[in-house]
Design a protein around this ligand. Structure first.
Ligand SMILES: Cc1cc2nc3c(=O)[nH]c(=O)nc-3n(C[C@H](O)[C@H](O)[C@H](O)COP(=O)(O)OP(=O)(O)OC[C@H]3O[C@@H](n4cnc5c(N)ncnc54)[C@H](O)[C@@H]3O)c2cc1C
Length: 387
């Protein structure tokens, strides 16, 4: 693995950074507080090709990998615009469809995801199952050529902005009777699919929803892939891109917070001629957070490189570690930045406390820190599973 980006990746980083800075955190917060979406930023990023960087060129994308998409996620977050739907739509949905969808599904959905004119969100979490995916209750039952879906999903991001939702349902394996997951591309206006918005303590223009599926009828070609056997590999194919891009968003958010705080502490003077940043009680916590963010970035780069090289198992370990490291580093960086700014840290104007909810959620979603530690304990350290 090289630590240098290619010149194209460097250019992408610079260009996305410039776009993010033109909008900035003020725009992000204004949209969130008005209950609006970052429609303009999303559309411009789509037009410039940033939302489709990882989508194959034959479907209108840039033909790059998760390395490129992670750059987009990190740089927009580093400009104060951490867009969760980047993780859901281009990272999860586009990867699942590109790798496991039918040719017809690729042709129908990928061009819109690539240019940003369409969004597909992702619904796996359920109230009863939580972190235990084996308890998924949303059932898919055949009815003639169609499928009927019934169940409930929670915390589903962006349903109000998306044309489709990728629903993870359960079918039964006829030979073992065990869970056999199947993924369905369901229009968000399908009859029987209703939603209610959850009130979340996160300043974000993106919303979370409870989803109710009551006899939602979808045609046979809504099933991702050629057969039910595609379900499990399709589901797993979305996990590494999800972890890597959400980690990149966390690292970008951490960079943003440290930059805001460093600018402030370098110039604020309350004890004669010295800046508050000259006091090590202020500068060391910021420096410590900067080290944690940089370490996380290194792990993100490793995970993305492995993933793009097709080394999925190794990418799984690195992606989980990157997500853990970035989640912790982002929470530390934002909290430390708030402290360094003093009272200003709690104002909307200085744009740091507005990220507290988002980085706190980043230690829970899309996979909690405890479930990552379970994964590392079992798969890296060879420990017995306790649950
Ligand atoms: C902002 C936000 C956006 C989200 N967006 C989406 C989305 O778009 N689509 C979607 O499907 N889901 C989404 N989620 C849901 C998210 O993935 C879940 O919240 C997460 O997976 C945890 O599940 P849970 O909330 O049911 O927690 P639970 O499973 O109830 O866990 C509660 C706590 O117990 C811990 N715990 C559980 N089991 C164990 C164990 N075996 N060992 C140790 N600790 C354990 C967990 O780590 C956690 O701290 C989102 C959540 C948030 C907060």
């Amino acid at each position: 693995m090289t630590i240098d980006l290619t010149s194209e990746q460097d250019q992408l980083r610079d260009a996305v950074r410039a776009l993010g800075r033109r909008y900035g955190h003020g725009y992000f917060v204004e949209k969130a507080k008005a209950g609006e979406h970052t429609t303009e930023l999303w559309a411009e990023a789509g037009r410039l090709g940033y939302l489709g960087v990882n989508i194959p060129t034959e479907y209108g994308g840039g033909g790059g990998g998760i390395t490129e998409l992670a750059i987009v996620c990190e740089e927009l977050a580093a400009a104060g615009c951490p867009l969760l739907l980047l993780v859901v739509s281009p990272a999860i949905a586009a990867t699942v469809i590109a790798r496991h969808g039918t040719e017809e599904q690729r042709k129908r959905h990928l061009p819109g995801l690539a240019d940003g004119s369409a969004k597909i969100v992702f619904a796996i979490t359920e109230p009863e199952a939580g972190s235990n995916f084996h308890r998924l209750g949303t059932a898919a039952r055949r009815d003639g050529d169609d499928w009927l879906l019934n169940g409930r999903k929670c915390y589903i991001s962006g349903v109000d902005e998306a044309g489709h939702v990728l629903v993870v349902a359960r079918t039964e394996d006829s030979s073992t009777g065990k869970l056999k997951p199947a993924l369905f591309i369901v229009p968000t206006d399908a009859a029987g699919l209703t939603r209610s918005k959850l009130d979340m303590e996160i300043v974000s223009p993106e919303n979370q929803f409870l989803l109710y599926l009551d006899d939602v009828r979808v045609p046979a070609d809504a099933l991702v892939g050629e057969s039910l056997d595609a379900g499990l590999p399709a589901l797993f194919s979305g996990l590494n891109p999800e972890r890597i891009t959400v980690a990149a968003m966390g690292a970008g958010t951490g960079r943003y917070a440290i930059e805001r705080a460093s600018e402030y502490t370098a110039t604020r003077k309350v004890w004669g001629g010295r800046s508050i940043g000259s006091h090590q009680g202020v500068s060391h916590p910021l420096a410590h957070a900067a080290v944690q963010v940089e370490l996380a970035r290194l792990m993100i780069q490793k995970a993305a490189t492995l993933y793009d090289a097709g080394r999925d198992l190794e990418a799984g370990v690195a992606g989980n570690m990157a997500k853990y490291a970035a989640g912790e580093a982002a929470a530390l960086a934002v909290d430390t930045a708030v402290q360094a700014l003093g009272g200003a840290g709690m104002t909307t104007e200085y744009g740091v406390a507005t990220l507290l909810g988002a980085v706190r959620a980043g230690r829970i979603a899309p996979v909690s820190r405890e479930m990552i530690l379970n994964f590392v304990a079992q798969h890296v350290l060879g420990q017995e599973k306790s649950y």
